[in-house]
Every structure is written in C-alpha cells, then in structure tokens.
Design a protein around this ligand. Structure first.
Ligand code: GAL
Length: 862
C-alpha cells in the first residue's frame, strides 16, 4: 500500500521548519542590506601578512615504505636533492590538500580503529617554484596548516626544519636558501609509520600550505594578540600586543599603526571604526620586540552565537616612513564567564553548551581538508541546534575556527590525546618531552584571536590525568600565553583527578561520561566553585536506517532506536535528564556529531575499546574477552557508529532527538522507524517520536493509538511500544502548550522505480576545490524513499566536472570512496563533485541504476 507520503512528509517538515525559513529570509534580507556597504570591498582570504598566497598547486608526490597492498618499497636516499629527476615515475603531480591513505584499498586485516585503510607509509612531496628577482630582499616563509606526520623540510637540498606533530600548524623560513629568479625546490618528507592513532589520522600534507613574503622587518608569525579587557554596551577597550621581527642587517626603529574595521560574514573589510594608539619599537638586528597598544570601540557590536559580528585590525609597520608590512587580525568583542552557580555566560547571558565532539576527517574525502565539506558539516550541525564544537583531540584546521567565528559556534580547542604516556606505542608520548611546550604555544598563538574559542584543553583522557605537577605545568604554559580563557582537561576519571588535586590546576572541570556524580563532587570544598562541563557525553551508537527488534546489534550494524551505547556511555535522553538535574552545569559535548573513519565501537577488535576501561580493571577483563571473541570473526567495520549524522552527512534519527531538545522553538516532529515491515504484519513494531512539542498523538491508518505527554525533565521522546504493524500510514500530530505544533508522516512504499536527485548547492566556484554534495534517493513511483533499498547507483558527469568521491554512510562498506558507483545504503547514496581544474560553465551529474529511471542535476559555475 503506497501513498504519496514522501512529498507530504517533506511538505509537513517544510511547514514545521517555516519559522526557521522565515528567520533565514529575514537574516538574508538584513544581511543584504547591512552588507551593501561592503560589496565593493575585497574578501580577506587569510589572516596575517597580506602578502600571503596559497601554495597548494603542482606538488609532486611519491610513496615509499609501506604500500597500499601491505608490501614495502625501499626509500631511496637523496630524495631532497635538486639533481633528482622527479618528472618520471613514481612521482605524480597533485594539488594539496592531499591524504594518501584515503585511496585505500580497505583491507580487512588492517586495524578497525584507524579505518582499515593503509595510511602508514613514508610520503615525499616536492614542489618547484620561482621567486621573482624583485623579491630578492624579501623574507620567504612557507606556512603549513598541518602535515601528517613527522614532517621534515628541505629547500634546494638544504635541511630547513621539522615539525613532528601532525595536527599543528607551523612556519618554515626558507630565506637562507632561496634563489631568486631561478628554480627552487622544496622537499617534504612525512612518516606515518612512526605515528599511531586511535582513529583515522590521514597521511600527507592534508591541510593548506601558504607562501608568505615579507620585508625583513615584519610582524612575527601569529604576532598579534588582541584582548578586550573591558566591554560594555557603551564601549569596549581593545588591547593589542604586536611582535615585530627584524631579520634585516641593521637595528631599526619601527612605528606601528593599527586601525579597526568592521568585518562582514564574507570576510569583507567594512567601515573604519577606530584607531589604536600609534606606538614604536626599537628592534635589534636579528631580534624581535613587542609593543602594547590600545583602542576604544564605541557601541561595540558583540560577537555572539546569534550575531557573530567581527572586526579586523589592519596593522602597518613603518620603517623610515615606508610601510614595510601590513598584517590583518580578525577578532570579536565578547565576554565569557564560567560560573559554578549560573553556568556559562556569553555576553552576560546564560548559554547552555549544546556541543558535539568531532574528529577531523571529512568522511569520503579522508583527512584532506576541504572548506565546502566542513562548511556543509557545520550547516547541518547548526540546523540541529548545536552551538559548540570540541576539536577532539587535537588542534583543528585553521579554517574551522574561521567558520566558527563566522557562523557563531563556541569552540573547545584541544591540544592532545596523550602526554608522556601513550595510549598506543607511537602516540604523542614520543614527542612530549621535546615538543609539548612548542605545540601548546603554537596552538594558543595561532588560535587566540578567535572569538569562537572559549576554552583551551590540555588533553583528553590522558593517562596522567591525576598528576598534579604535570597538569599544573601544562595549564601554566597555556595561561602564560593567554590568561583570558579557562583551561580544562577531559577526564575519564574525574574522581582521581579531584582526589589527587590535579583538577585544582584547571579552571573548568572537563568530565567524560560521569555526569551523574555532580552532587558527590559538590561536597568536596576544593571544587565547590569549579564549573563542570561534559567534555564528552552519551556515545550512543547507531546505523542510519537500521531497526532491530529484540536486539540492538546485528550484521555489524546497530539499531537506530537510539538505545545502544557502550558501557561507559548513555542514551541522549539519559544525558538530557542528568543535565536537567544540574542546571548549573555548563552543558555537554556529545560524542560525536558526525561518524568518522576508524573506531567502529563496538566492532573493533583492537585496544581502542579497552582504553575506555583503564580505570576499572574488572570491566577491562570482560571487554578483553569480548574483543578476543570478535577478533576470531574479523569485523568488516571501518568507521564509527557514534555519529548523530552518518559518514556521508545524512542525518540519523538521533539528529531529530537533539534538534527537538536543542531547538525547542522550532516546530518539528519526527517518527521512527520507517513503515515497510512486510515480515512483521500483526507483530509489534515499536514507534518513537522526537518532537519539540510536549504532547503527541499517533495515528495508524487514521486510527488514534493514543496521546502521550512528556514528563518535564524526564521524557525526551514519546514511545508507543506496542504498535501492531499493518502497512499504510503512520502519522503523528504533536502539541505544545495545548496547541497543535508539528506533524510527521511515514508511509509504506511500493517497490523502487526511480532515482531522485538533489544537491546542496547548484552553483559552485570553479577554483579552490569547491564541492557540491549530490544526494540520490531510491524511491517508488510516488517519490517515497524505499527505506531498505540497496540498489547500485552509477554516477557519471557530462561536461567539465568530475566525481571526487561517493559514499552511502555504511560503516561496513569496503567499496572505494573514489568509485563512481556505489550501492545505496538504506535508500540513500552520495556523490561529491567539482569542476575540473581550469574549467568554466556547467556540468551535468547523471545517476543511473539498473531497472530504475535515472536522474540528473546541473551544477553551474558561481
Ligand atoms: C572516549 C574517548 C574518545 C572515544 C570515545 C568513544 O572515552 O575520549 O576518544 O574513544 O570514548 O566512546
């Protein structure tokens, strides 16, 4: 029995979302009006020195050591030498960002915890480039946003430097070895064989690289530090410290002039708002000096998650009446307070942290950073009501913070997953002694001007979390660099951290999964006034579109009734109940917003799961036995089940559970499961409804199955546990304060007959790896998605476009992400497309599947 339910369901959801749309329209209109003044202004691509250009194109790459098939290719010596002919195999030309692990193939015998992908190996990158003779007197730097891992850099055969931690950004000064007007060769060696991870780390120069040219006297790397010590509605005092380096041949007197401009949502510089006091510095040869200056902004426009207003400071360094450097520093004016009794206050207003933890990979694109992919993720999280991001468990791509600033997210910026003691053999423990100070400092210097960053985290579940000295040492390094934000640490043994006194070195207690003990903790006078935040919560697991009866786990998948979680976790509902009990807590970061590559708990057969029990040996033993059993079966799982949204970016049911709680003013209702159960006629199919209403009535084929009411603080879903299945239409009508609020409908479908296609964007840029995300649904004749369809869909492109990757969100799929064909998983499949390099115009994306009518989308140049 089939009814036109998909369309109707869409209409109902559209209606339910109408306030959201109206809000959007108003915002767009106001945005257009406000930004009118900016339209002629140039877009700022990158903070820092204005003479900064992307250095991503035309690299040559060769892979040695471990190969994708597990064999080994010896690494020759002299790969950094100019004399080497890199125009022949095995050298291949490519553009960055690049992740050499994501092309696979998946191999069953590889660790599930790192995605069963062959990311271990030795990668060499070489790039030839020219520096114009007119730049003969310039300093030439290359800024790496991140290179995985153990990066070593040479220029023209000379060793320049190293930065082993793959998640940090770093600068290399090429000046001593640059040849102007001639070919220069930069060579980079990366080594992931000497790196271990509990999740898929990626491999390669996986973030952007930039070429920076400055005069010998210039603002230092991340050389500005802006704070706003006094903020009121009438005015904001803005302090800035500017560090200037002198790499010239004589001591100089430099004067520093800085002006503040408005900065719009597209990074366009607007009205000049005020000036900083002029100041000057005497800088010795080869030295640097720091000047402090301040300014006042009248009636400052606050940065807030609801109105992410920003400013940009343009700093000019003047030597002998000549401007030698211009440097841009975006920032925001906002106040943050972490209180034990009133929660977290942003600009004086209580904001509950509704956050998600996320790893850095972008699903089918692997770790290779891509702006459009990250932006799509953040838009999805915003729609859910997520207002905060935890960069688990490492510093993010710098663009994440820029987008967080622009879109209004709060950020928990995290440094490490290990300190001196690794969780795996080759964790950060290998680097800790020599590098922790440099890595922490780099993180704070790079990220300190972002208004979105509200907390620094020195770690996640580190093995030394009870170590008083070490905790204090790391927290003090951070405070020495930035005293304006609190320092935290994610504890999986908060009792130990509190009992030992280590937690006293922190400003905010970060607690992973132990929220229900707050009342005990409050009894300890040492921590009475310490705010607590759920740095990691829930860890609910599910597979999109899978529903099981009588069990939560089957076929390496997990039911989407949102009940399943590992021993250390809880359901989202349970966490909401705990949060409601302790309203003075700051909120939570759910593990995780998106599924990620690796850590397919509960189907990983390695030590990853065991690590979560290290404080409870009895549980550890039981889990070790389970893992042994699993080991014998070799699970095919290669990505996580934790995501609220699957790896392809398709929301699971849980998305609507969070939306119902996090966006109480958005009228919405969502029914689960789907309604195609031909083998369960006359058997029970439990039905759950997620709604932002407080009551709901369920109807099966027009018959009421009763009205249910949420108990405030206790119920976060409404359940009809004894619905006897009959095909047809299941409909819910929800109510709020006695008034009709939202509806949702699911219907039994007929067999699949056609493909339905849609895209997140019809217009994309032809440059810079801009992407469109194309969703194909397998539907019946009425356009209803067939919820268990697994048809193979073949994507092709007509015109100057290409398919970058495909995915379906199935954690057990070993099909290549680069393949243009993919089976649908529970009715859905994704293709990621872009313009071919150097092309224009438009292209067609065609989706075909045997026996079904095909579908097509047109993507045009922006
Ligand atoms: C936590 C850990 C995370 C992830 C999670 C899975 O204990 O911090 O990195 O492993 O468990 O539930």
């Amino acid at each position: 029995m089939t009814i036109k339910s998909n369309n109707k369901r869409k209409l109902i959801k559209a209606k339910a979302n109408r306030w959201g749309i109206q809000f959007l329209l108003v915002t767009v209109f106001v945005g257009l009006f406000v930004t009118h003044a900016f339209t002629q202004k140039k877009i700022i691509k990158r903070m820092g020195t204005t003479n900064t250009t992307l250095f991503d194109d035309g690299w040559l790459f060769a892979r040695y050591g471990l190969q994708p098939d597990g064999t080994r290719k010896p690494e020759p010596s002299n790969l950094e030498k100019i004399t080497l002919n890199d125009r022949v195999a095995p050298w291949k030309e490519l553009d960055l960002p690049h992740d050499w692990g994501i092309t696979g193939p998946f191999r069953i015998e590889l660790e599930g915890s790192t995605g069963k992908l062959p990311w271990k190996g030795i990668g060499w990158y070489r790039k030839h480039f020219k520096i114009d003779v007119k730049d003969a007197n310039k300093q030439i730097f290359v800024d790496f946003d991140g290179a995985m891992a153990n990066a070593k850099i040479w220029l023209n055969g000379h060793y320049v430097g190293t930065w082993p931690y793959g998640y940090n950004s770093f600068r290399m000064d090429l000046t001593p070895f640059i040849k102007v007007g001639e070919d220069n060769l930069i060579a980079v060696r990366l080594d992931t064989e000497n790196w271990d991870s509990r999740w898929y780390p990626g491999a390669g120069i996986y973030r952007h690289v930039w070429l920076v040219k400055t005069d010998p006297v210039h603002v230092g790397h991340w050389g500005t530090n802006i704070t706003t010590p006094q903020v009121s509605d009438a005015s904001a005092k803005v302090n800035m410290a500017v560090t200037v380096d002198n790499q010239g041949l004589e001591a100089v007197k430099a004067s520093i002039q800085s002006a503040v401009y408005e900065l719009d949502g597209q990074n366009r510089k607007g009205r000049r708002v005020t000036d900083f006091n002029n100041t000057s510095l005497d800088i010795p040869i080869g030295g640097s000096a720091t000047a402090g200056t301040s300014a006042q902004i009248n009636r400052p426009k606050r940065w807030d998650i609801t109105s992410p207003n920003r400013y940009v400071v343009e700093t000019s360094i003047i030597v002998n009446r000549k401007v030698v450097d211009t440097y841009l520093t975006p920032f925001g004016v906002r106040t943050i307070e972490f209180t034990a009794t009133k929660g977290f206050l942003l600009n004086g207003r209580r904001v509950e942290i509704q956050g998600t933890c996320n790893h850095h990979d972008l699903g089918a694109l692997g770790a290779a950073f891509n702006e459009s992919a990250l932006h799509r993720q953040l838009v999805i999280l915003k729609q859910m009501g997520c207002n905060a991001l935890r960069t688990s468990h490492n510093p993010p791509a710098p663009e994440l913070l820029e987008m967080a600033d622009q879109m209004g997210f709060l950020v928990w910026d995290e440094a490490f997953d290990s300190w001196k003691h690794g969780k795996r053999k080759l964790d950060y423990n290998k680097l800790f002694d020599q590098w922790h100070q440099k890595d922490l400092t780099a993180m704070v210097h790079r990220d300190r001007n972002h208004p979105s960053v509200i907390i620094w985290s020195i770690g996640n579940e580190v093995l030394e979390q009870e170590d008083v000295q070490l905790t204090k040492h790391l927290a003090d390094i951070i405070r020495g660099e930035d005293p304006t934000r609190p320092v935290s640490n994610g504890y999986n043994n908060p009792d130990g951290g509190r009992a030992s006194g280590a937690a006293q070195a922190l400003d905010v207690m970060g607690v992973n999964y132990f929220f229900n003990k707050q009342s005990d903790w409050d009894k300890d006078p040492r921590y009475k006034n310490m705010p607590t935040l759920g740095s990691e919560t829930s860890s609910c697991v599910s597979s999109r579109g899978e529903y099981f009866f009588g069990t939560d786990y089957k076929n390496w998948q997990i039911t989407s009734y949102d009940h399943a979680h590992p021993g250390w976790g809880c359901t989202p509902d349970e966490q909401f109940r705990i949060n409601a009990k302790y309203p003075n807590l700051l909120g939570e970061f759910v593990w995780t917003g998106f599924d990620y590559l690796g850590e397919p708990t509960p189907y990983n057969t390695d030590a990853t799961n065991l690590l979560n029990f290290r404080n409870d040996p009895s549980k550890k033993a039981a889990l070790a036995r389970k893992l042994q059993e699993l080991n014998a079966k070799t699970p095919p799982s290669r990505s996580s089940y934790f995501g609220i949204v699957d790896l392809a970016g398709f929301p699971k049911d849980r998305f609507y559970l969070y939306q119902s709680h996090w966006r109480p003013d958005l009228p919405m209702a969502h029914i689960l499961p789907h309604w195609n159960w031909p083998n369960r006629i006359d058997s029970i199919v439990p039905v759950d409804v997620y709604t932002s209403g407080d009551q709901a009535e369920l109807f099966l084929n027009g018959k009421s199955l009763g009205k249910k009411t949420k108990r405030p603080g206790i119920d976060f879903r409404l359940s009809w546990d004894s619905v006897v299945y009959e095909p047809g239409e299941l409909k819910v009508v929800s109510y709020k304060n006695g008034k009709k609020w939202a509806t949702d409908v699911v219907k039994t479908t007929s067999p699949a007959t056609q493909l339905k296609i849609s895209t997140d964007r019809h217009h994309i840029k032809t440059v810079g790896n801009d992407l469109a995300f194309i969703t194909v649904k397998i539907t019946d004749k009425d356009g209803l998605m067939v919820p268990d369809a697994s048809n193979l869909v073949q994507f092709s492109v007509e015109g100057p476009g290409e398919i970058v990757a495909t995915d379906n969100g199935d954690a057990t799929s070993f099909a290549s992400f680069q393949s243009p064909s993919k089976k649908a998983f529970n009715g859905m499949v994704l293709a990621i497309v872009k313009f071919k390099k150097g092309s224009q115009g438009k292209f067609k994306v065609i989706a075909k599947s045997g026996g079904l009518s095909s579908a097509m989308e047109v993507i045009s140049a922006k």
